[in-house]
Design a protein around this ligand. Structure first.
Ligand code: ADP
Length: 942
């Protein structure tokens, strides 16, 4: 099984999240497979471990017992051997003792003694020498060297003197002199004197044999004749090397060893084939276990001494378990004594590992078997767990698939046990779920279809609304075109009286207002149907702000309000954005500010913040700017509860409703427009203190070259001299609209003809070849599109400029119109300046403009800009006294006097009044006095 399938193996188990789980949660997170396998393995581990441990322990006990038994047996064998071996010399002595006592042997019969001793030596091969010392210090001996050489010898007359030793043959006959020990006396030897002193059989002190690393011991006994007189000492020499040889034959365990030492310390025999005596500086030295050449004996003796000081004095056997060189050893110490004074200690040393080796091997084998069993049972456990878990995992997977909505995943149920039954129940449940889901899905589809129909209906309704609004707007704008057109034409009429001109102005302004209302409603409709779009072009921002300032300064002045425009130095002059929308937003906010402010001032602050270079901009644009506009007034303010709704369509505050002006659309439209221009609008207000509207837009920077020429501000009076006679065809199904254009163009000097539909226009065009056609696009019989196409299809069709006139406000209309073949596009209602401008643009027409001094009061009371010329003209109409007073007050920098003078100024000079107030407020007294002086000079000149 791949380990990553197992969450326990997954690294995330150790992540901080998992670590926060309590033990119970952790246990719950353990996968089933682990839960099945792990206890199984643990049980086997425990059983195997226990069995191994117990068998090891019982093995060890058995080893202890076995070691003790073996050592006891060995000890018995040694005891027997020692007894049988060491009794021989005493038996020989006993025999001679008896023979002397019975008179069978006599010291006088030396030859008999030689033979007897020789016979004894040959009878008891285990002994080395059979000999006797006489009370005269003499010596008779028979023996054999370790190399097998037979020896026989003695002193002369069995008395002290030269001791002659001969090699002998098998029969005991002297063959060759071996060695002579001169001046020999038995009295000098302990083997002779000690038994005599003690008066009983006794052992001599063990001694090293000359020339050999072997220890021998002599057994001596005093002998008496028939009369009981002391004859001397009979003795037998016994080599103890045979004991060592015997010990070597005893094998308790492969590495066991035995040594025998005297209670006094020196070694008697070892099983290790190492000497028990040696020669140092030509002196015989006997070895102790501590000085033994065998390291094992040394270590064992040290361990014994350390564990039990004075152990040699113990009289009963003792079994010890000691560590020698870090290894456990069994050590058995057995005391051995005989009636003739020997006091020895037999030490048997058995390493535990000799027995445990087998046991350990057994345990290892058991462990190996256990491990094999463990491995096998683990594999079996895993297979079993898999067998149990696999279908559950498959079920789990199926459940997950079902949760994902994959109904086609088959649910496995190949088994008949509980898991199989679970799978069957699961399959049934899945089927039920599927049908429930299908049912649900059907319902959802039904509902979706219903909703789609509802949406379609709503869309249709919306579409119908939009169409209605578009048509309405078209229908409204068309007559408005006539109203505004004629009003403008009438304003040019010199024959009208002033009251008549004022009324015409009122018609013009009301028409304008109506147009802006229609535009608002239409904009809102477009916003709601999502049809509003950004129409970006490059324009002069400063000029836009100036024109807005101009437009509103009069209204502000009229209410005695200060209108202050402040620009940050980062505000660029030329930008690319939707000029119309920006103008509309600014006009709307400023008109509201003026409308809802009675005293104080209105401040417009514009700030620029350059932002990263734009990639979509034209060549001249290197970067973009974020512009922030803040319009602050000191007016009525808006209460907090109304503040949240003012950006909603048709919402007006109490003061708004009181004013009985407006529709409540302005702010809603402004908000949308600002958002469209990539910004946000917000408001803060304090009732009774004022309101601040702030909005920002994102605009690309533009250059002066990309700015379209603006409309001429001066009135066109006639064509410039030497201009050709331009033939202009006006095509419109509405007579009034044709009339407006005709009345506008004819007086200037254009030759104008009319056509009420496209069909007639075509005929006219063919017959008359006009220079330019003003083409209405919506007409019965043949519309403007068709007429344009047909003209353009003609050979000379391109010689005529066609400019579309449309009451539609849709942006896409422009594209359609241009695609139909029109050169340009003008919306109705139009401003007459635009009509003249377009003709100049397309035909190169040049005009003569109205001379400044002919501007009358009516035009001043309109929206005419306060140009120096206009001001001069107006000032020239004022009284000389008034002008002199003004000049004087301005030279004296006396603003109060200037304002007093303005009080007496007739009402028909609002432009002059507003201009003077502005300059006075800005302390531009120079300009005021300069203008007054100029007007005075003009008067004088006249
Ligand atoms: P309208 O001005 O056509 O009524 P707007 O959407 O422009 O519609 O304004 C909505 C309302 O918000 C106004 O009627 C007026 O109640 C309130 N309002 C807007 N601007 C101001 C302002 N500067 N001070 C006080 N109230 C304002």
């Amino acid at each position: 099984m791949a380990s990553e399938e197992n969450p326990i193996n997954h690294p995330s188990v150790f992540s901080p999240l998992k670590q926060r789980l309590n033990p119970k949660q952790l246990l719950n997170a353990v996968p089933l497979r682990t839960i099945i396998v792990v206890p199984f393995i643990c049980q086997i581990f425990a059983t195997v471990g226990l069995v191994g441990y117990l068998s090891f322990q019982s093995g060890r006990r058995a080893v202890n017992d076995l070691a003790a038994d073996l050592m006891e047996t060995a000890s018995r064998n040694i005891d027997q051997k020692l007894e049988s071996y060491l009794e021989v010399p005493h038996i020989i002595n006993q025999l001679r003792f008896t023979d002397f006592q019975n008179g069978l042997l006599k010291t006088q019969n030396i030859e008999q003694l030689y033979q007897h001793f020789w016979a004894q030596k040959r009878a008891f091969e285990s002994v080395s020498y059979v000999y006797m010392g006489s009370i005269d210090g003499g010596m008779i001996a028979a023996g054999r060297l370790p190399d097998g050489t037979l020896l026989i010898g003695g002193t002369d007359q069995f008395a002290a003197g030269d001791y002659q030793i001969y090699k002998a043959n098998e029969q005991g006959e002297k063959t060759e002199l071996f060695k002579v020990l001169p001046d020999w006396d038995a009295d000098n030897y302990a083997w002779f004197t000690k038994p005599l002193e003690e008066g009983k059989p006794t052992w001599g002190t063990p001694y090293k044999w000359t020339g050999r690393d072997v220890v021998a011991i002599s057994a001596g006994r005093p002998v008496y004749d028939v009369q009981g007189d002391l004859l001397g000492t009979v003795a037998v020499d016994l080599s103890l090397s045979e004991i060592s040889q015997f010990l070597q034959t005893i094998e308790i365990s492969p590495s066991s060893f035995i040594f025998i030492k005297e209670a006094s310390g020196e070694l008697i025999a070892t099983s290790t084939n190492t000497p028990v005596a040696t020669t140092e500086d030509e002196k015989a030295v006997r070895l102790t276990p501590e000085t033994s050449q065998d390291e094992a004996i040394q270590l064992a003796a040290q361990a014994l001494d350390q564990a039990q000081a004075g152990w040699e004095s113990k009289v009963s056997p003792e079994l010890l378990k000691l560590d020698i060189d870090g290894q456990p050893h069994f050590i058995n110490t057995v005391p051995w004594q005989d009636e003739f004074g020997l006091d020895w200690r037999i030490v048997m040393v058995v390493p535990e590992k000799d027995f445990m080796g087998q046991i350990t091997q057994n345990v290892r084998r058991t462990l190996m078997l256990c491990l094999a069993a463990l491995g096998l049972s683990t594999i079996l456990g895993i297979i079993t767990a898999r067998w149990i878990v696999q279908p559950i995992l498959k079920l789990n997977q199926s459940a997950k698939d079902l949760a994902k909505g994959q109904w086609n995943t088959p649910v496995m149920a190949e088994r008949n046990d509980e898991v199989g039954q679970l799978a069957l129940s699961f399959r049934e449940m899945a089927h039920q779920l599927q049908s429930a889901f299908n049912l649900l899905e059907d319902r959802v589809q039904e509902r979706t279809a219903e909703l789609a129909t509802a949406k379609e209906d709503a869309d249709n309704a919306n579409q119908a609304k939009s169409e209605f609004l578009a048509n309405m707007s078209h229908e409204l704008r068309t007559p408005l075109n006539a109203i505004l057109g004629f009003a403008q034409i009438l304003k040019r009429d010199k024959t009208l009286t002033r009251p008549q001109k004022e009324k015409v102005s009122i018609i013009d302004r009301s028409g304008d207002h109506l147009l802006s209302l229609i535009n608002d409603v239409l904009d809102m409709a477009k916003i709601e149907s999502g049809k509003i779009e950004l129409v970006s072009k490059s324009f002069d921002l400063v000029a836009l702000l100036d024109s807005i300032e101009d437009m509103l300064s009069l209204k502000a002045e009229a209410k005695g309000l200060q209108l202050i425009f402040e620009y940050d130095e980062d505000v660029p002059r030329y930008i690319t954005s939707d000029e119309r929308k920006l103008r509309q937003v600014l006009l709307n906010l400023l008109s509201n500010a003026v409308k809802f402010t009675e005293t104080g001032k209105i401040q417009v602050a514009v700030k620029g913040r350059p932002i990263a270079a734009s990639t979509v901009a034209s060549q001249s644009t290197v970067s973009a700017v974020n512009l922030t506009f803040a319009i602050a007034d000191t007016g009525a303010g808006i209460s907090p509860d109304e503040l949240s709704q003012i950006f909603e369509a048709f919402s007006q505050t109490a003061s708004g409703r009181q004013s009985q002006q407006g529709t409540g659309l302005g702010l809603a439209i402004s908000k949308k427009f600002v958002e469209l221009m990539g910004g946000q609008i917000s408001v803060t207000s304090q009732v009774g203190e004022g309101t601040i509207f702030t909005f920002d837009i994102r605009a690309d920077l533009a250059s002066a070259d990309s700015i379209e020429a603006s409309l001429p501000t001066k009135q066109v009076v006639s064509l410039a001299p030497d201009q050709p006679t331009y033939r202009i065809l006006v095509v419109d199904d509405r007579e009034l609209n044709r009339q407006v254009l005709k009345d506008l163009l004819t007086p200037v000097g254009f030759e104008v003809r009319e056509a009420q539909n496209g069909q007639i226009a075509l005929t006219q065009w063919e017959a008359w070849k006009p220079h330019l056609i003003w083409m209405d696009m919506r007409m019965p019989v043949m519309d403007g599109y068709e007429a344009t196409k047909q003209i353009r299809a003609h050979d000379k069709g391109h010689e005529t400029t066609i400019i579309a006139l449309t009451a539609s406000t849709l942006e896409e209309e422009k594209t359609i119109v241009l695609a139909a073949g029109c050169n340009d596009f003008v919306r109705k209602p139009f401003r007459q300046g635009l009509i003249f401008n377009k003709m100049a643009e397309h035909l190169g027409v040049q005009y003569q403009y109205e001379v400044s001094d002919k501007v009358d009061t009516v035009s001043e009371s309109g929206t005419t800009k306060a140009t120096p010329e206009a001001l001069e003209v107006s000032m020239a109409k004022l009284s000389q006294d008034w002008l002199q007073n003004l000049s004087q007050a301005a030279t004296q920098l006396n603003s109060k006097k200037i304002l007093d003078l303005l009080e007496s100024l007739p009402n028909e000079f609002p432009m002059v009044k507003a201009w003077i107030i502005e300059k006075t407020n800005n302390f531009d007294f120079d300009q005021v006095s300069h203008l007054a002086e100029q007007a005075l000079r003009q008067m004088e000149a006249v």
